[in-house]
Design a protein around this ligand. Structure first.
Ligand code: SF4
Length: 163
């Protein structure tokens, strides 16, 4: 009910865009589904756009038209949700998707070695390089990769797609 009140308060000024920061975290699965259905209904009825910030990959794959994947405070991949989820380009997104247990495939989930960076003193170059199995020595730990085009409207900040 508190989540519903917060959503109502956010809509009082009739915004075009609403920023939702983990709006369903700490909710049980039934309440989460109710809130998501409410958000979808409001989106349809009011022509709203959402910027939805979440750690829940399943939820974002269901809701988002366009996704931006962040690692260590940087956007490392962005593009149409269908493409990013089906054909991830950045090693972090690939490993992240591989870490999710699959119900219909006999593939055990893997894990990403290491730990997230300390943002008070982030790694030089690509922030993912200490954990990346594809790290290019002399390049990734020195130069920060720009966003390279890897598909229609799809970009990945990774030297694997560089010149
Ligand atoms: S830039 Fe290098 S370290 Fe970073 S994700 Fe790409 S291959 Fe891995």
């Amino acid at each position: 009910m508190k989540q519903r009140v917060c959503i109502a308060m956010a809509l009082i000024t009739k915004p075009k865009i609403v920023i939702l920061d983990e709006p369903t975290s700490a909710l049980d699965i039934i309440t989460q589904a109710n809130i998501i259905n409410l958000l979808k209904q409001l989106k349809r009825e009011r022509g709203l756009s959402y910027i939805f910030i979440t750690h829940d990959l399943a939820l974002s794959s269901e809701l988002a038209d366009y996704v931006a994947v962040m690692y260590g405070g940087k956007i490392v991949e962005r593009g149409p949700a269908d493409e990013v989820y089906v054909s991830p380009a950045h090693p972090y997104m690939k490993l992240l998707l591989n870490s999710i247990p699959r119900l219909r495939q006999d593939i055990p989930p893997s894990f990403i070695p290491g730990a997230p960076p300390d943002l008070r003193n982030p790694p030089a170059g690509c922030r993912f390089h200490p954990r990346c199995p594809f790290m290019i020595r002399g390049k990734c730990e020195v130069e920060e990769p720009p966003a390279f085009n890897v598909g229609v409207g799809h970009y990945a900040a990774c030297w694997l797609y560089g010149e």
